[in-house]
Write a protein that binds this ligand. Structure first.
Ligand code: GDP
Length: 190
């Protein structure tokens, strides 16, 4: 019998990670803070476009959150944009431990070029994506729900592994749903 006498929990486990990405100012830092519950863990940028470095956060042993740089402001040079794209592609393609991509999109401005590019990459490499439609408090319930349904319909056409929810760091709504997705991707390890 396979595994008899072996303690599965004692076997070394490769670390898993989930990447967080979004255009500058999409609310990524606020979402990371709300989801991890660790204030100050992810810096909240006051000036647009300040989040440029890749940060790793250890959520639980062997489970990492990777904070990818965002961009999207005209003032950022093409050279820097290309460099960031290279970094993102690198993370997405050397993804042996990468379980999924959380993509933050401002609910009022979904599917910008950056988002479409991320979805294209993820689809290409078979990486599941969960979209947080951030700052949902900026819309009334009806329009927020309408946007969510539209976004889900668009995602369905691309991949069944692409899902979406509404999220507000300000109102602290959508946190449980985001946790459930992380647990699904991390396989309830920990
Ligand atoms: P990042 O650049 O994607 O990391 O975005 P930040 O988390 O720094 O947020 C960008 C701006 O959006 C800041 O002014 C935040 O206060 C604001 N913001 C972030 N989350 C929310 C939210 O849930 N509701 C509202 N109304 N504003 C938010």
């Amino acid at each position: 019998m396979v595994g008899q006498g072996l303690d599965a929990h004692a076997l070394p486990r490769r670390p898993s990670s989930v990447a967080f990405a979004g255009r500058s100012n999409a609310g990524k830092s606020s979402a990371i803070n709300a989801i991890t519950g660790r204030r100050g863990l992810a810096r909240t940028s006051k000036t647009p476009g300040r989040t440029q470095l890749v940060n790793f956060f250890e959520l639980r042993p062997g489970q990492r959150l990777v904070d990818l740089p965002g961009y999207g402001y005209a003032k950022v040079s093409e050279g820097i944009k290309r460099e960031w794209q290279g970094t993102l592609a690198n993370y997405l393609e050397n993804r042996e431990c990468l379980r999924g991509l959380m993509l933050m999109m401002d609910i009022r401005h979904p599917f910008k070029d950056f988002d479409l590019q991320m979805l294209e990459w993820a689809n290409h490499i078979g990486l599941p994506v969960h979209i947080l439609l951030t700052k949902a408090d900026k819309l009334k319930n009806g329009p927020a729900k309408g946007t969510l349904l539209q976004v889900r319909a668009t995602l369905k056409k691309i991949s069944p592994a692409f899902t979406a929810q509404t999220f507000s760091a300000l109102q602290r709504s959508g946190i449980d749903e985001a946790h459930a997705k992380l647990d699904e991707w991390f396989g309830f390890l920990g």
